[in-house]
Design a binder for this molecule. Structure first.
Ligand code: SF4
Length: 572
């Protein structure tokens, strides 16, 4: 297998970073920024590093033999002294498989090669026991990575001179590891090729102090990335501030940083960096990834006025809360010429959902923020959550009712993929075709798309049930059969059970019905929205699509009705 890497070289490197992200995504627009920050610090210390971003490499890690061969070749080329795996908590299973492969290779080749985990995966309880990695770095990694690589180099040098160095100095090495704040490590890191020891001890060191002065950090090193592999289009990401003062229930930011304090690079540092990337990479847009960009007036006033003076040709994207968009409307209005797009964590238009998620924002603030930006002509994108296990039909209703009233977004910066249609129905063939096309200009439909995607699995189950039920009803006269079997198994003697079954069934039918109605409604809306788009006309399917929508509207009632008509009287 050919090894496709960001940089080809056979030099020994101090650390090989491996990024496990959306491996199968064929259109990723984000580069792993955390690794760029770590690399910047390593560069200053003249440590060498390489990156393997698993994204779009064309490797199926289910094919154990192939991927093992690939990784083994890679380790022989780069001869890293450590492996740094950066991953979010979504990819625990994949990380497990991946680390198992690495461990096999390490054992087979009798290497001493610690595997260090970092990123949001560190928040998973007992992550070392779960993944078999040796060390996990908790929270921000810039200070820790230097301490770890210093120590690993020290050990490797001595081990090269004395093969028994590890076992002869186990206590000393473990003590050194224990002195690094902010990590957890397994004590079998000293004995890498021993067969599974009965009891592995994981040491949790004291937490690290957050980096007080971010300006002490070196610029992130973006040279580690092969820009051609990412769909970034003259945009580069940066974290200007770390942390958030709020604590939404679904967000990992507070557990990750350990407090609600927001730290920031100075505006002067940020401007120096912006000029640097503008010149070096011909960048046009800075994508601030700060979780809550609009929070400090003095910071924003200085930064915005410096951008206006010093980098007038650059534009910026940032993420913000609706309440802060309203609070800083004067600054947004004054500097809108360089604001390319604001990503709003809207989450929901339902009061009870926002309250449940501790968003500390009202639906009205969400609505007003959209209105304000539309009036100012500032482009924005809303991000919605909508669904959690406690979401009610009323909450979905509130969301949809408000969503369809939202104003047009002035200039759209991104596109969405049209999801497959909701049921096994004739129209799905067309939607499959559309599914491969991106649509611009209808940002509020992100929410529809997300809802449809998230309920797809439920819908399929309901759909199977509906189909089966319809067939059964048609061919087997199910109402009569249920009564017959109830009698056969003596259920009709137990009215309590029958009433319960009846109640549960009715509840299920109602919920299923509501979900399907909502999906139909959103899908039809979505179809209506896109039917006049240019690419639909280009595909020459606008007429067919309109006809299908019409037919679908007429048929949708019939599809749902059999359930409504079901009325089994268990008492007869
Ligand atoms: S406001 Fe945003 S960054 Fe802050 S806790 Fe909530 S979701 Fe996270």
């Amino acid at each position: 297998m050919e090894i496709k890497m960001n940089q080809q070289s056979s030099e020994i490197c101090d650390i090989l970073f491996i990024f496990i992200g959306d491996i199968l995504d064929d259109d990723r627009s984000q580069i792993p920024l955390g690794i760029a920050f770590l690399s910047g610090q390593l560069k200053k210390k003249r440590y060498s590093y390489k990156l393997l971003d698993l994204y779009n490499l064309g490797i199926n890690f289910e094919e154990k033999q192939l991927s093992s061969k690939f990784l083994e070749e890679l380790l022989l080329i780069y001869k890293p002294k450590a492996i740094g795996v950066s991953v979010s908590s979504y990819y625990l299973d994949l990380t497990n498989k991946f680390i198992d492969l690495l461990k096999d290779i390490i054992k087979r080749n009798k290497l001493w090669l610690p595997i260090i985990l970092g990123g949001y995966i560190s928040l998973i309880p007992n992550v070392l026991e779960k993944t078999n990695a040796d060390i996990v770095c908790c929270g921000e990694g810039e200070k820790i990575i230097i301490e770890l690589i210093d120590l690993i180099n020290w050990i490797t040098d001595r081990k090269n001179e004395d093969p028994n160095f590890l076992s002869n100095n186990a206590k000393h090495i473990l003590d050194k590891l224990k002195s690094i704040q902010g990590i957890k490590f397994r004590d079998d890191i000293i004995y890498p090729y021993e067969n599974k020891r009965k009891k592995i001890k994981v040491h949790s060191n004291a937490p690290q102090n957050p980096i007080g002065n971010l300006d002490e950090l070196e610029f992130p090193d973006y040279d580690i990335f092969d820009f051609k592999r990412y769909n970034i289009d003259k945009t580069i990401p940066f974290y200007a501030q770390r942390g958030c003062y709020n604590h939404c229930t679904f967000c990992d930011i507070i557990p990750f940083y350990g407090n609600k304090i927001i730290r920031r690079f100075s505006p002067e540092y940020i401007i120096r960096w912006m000029k640097f990337v503008q010149n070096k990479y011909n960048i046009q847009i800075i994508d601030f990834m700060d979780d809550n960009f609009l929070n400090s007036r003095p910071f924003l006033e200085t930064l915005f006025s410096l951008i206006e003076k010093e980098t007038p040709l650059l534009k910026i994207n940032f993420q913000a809360r609706s309440s802060e968009i309203l609070r800083f409307k004067d600054l947004i209005s004054k500097y809108k010429q360089f604001i390319n797009c604001i990503e709003i964590g809207t989450e929901s238009y339902s009061y009870s959902q926002l309250k449940r998620w501790n968003k500390n924002i009202t639906p009205l603030e969400n609505i007003q923020a959209n209105k304000l930006l539309s009036e100012l002509g500032v482009s924005y994108m809303n991000f919605y959550l909508w669904l959690d296990e406690k979401t009610t039909i009323e909450e979905l209703d509130e969301n949809v009712d408000i969503l369809i009233e939202q104003p047009e977004v002035p200039i759209i910066q991104s596109s969405i993929k049209i999801p497959n249609f909701i049921m096994s129905y004739e129209i799905s063939a067309i939607y499959d075709r559309l599914g491969r096309s991106s649509v611009r200009n209808i940002p509020h439909l992100f929410a529809c798309e997300r809802f449809l995607n998230e309920t797809n699995e439920i819908a399929q189950k309901i759909n199977v049930f509906y189909t089966a039920f319809k067939k059964a009803q048609e061919y087997n006269n199910i109402d009569q059969n249920i009564i017959k079997y109830s009698t056969k198994y003596g259920l009709n003697n137990n009215k309590e059970i029958l009433n319960k079954i009846n109640k549960i069934s009715t509840g299920f039918f109602q919920v299923a019905n509501e979900i399907m109605k909502k999906r139909l409604y959103l899908s039809i809306n979505l179809a209506e929205e896109i039917k006049n788009k240019k690419f639909i006309r280009k595909l020459k399917i606008n007429k067919i699509l309109s006809n299908y929508i019409q037919k679908f509207k007429e048929d949708s009632d019939k599809i749902l009705n059999p359930i409504n008509n079901l009325n089994i009287d268990f008492n007869n």
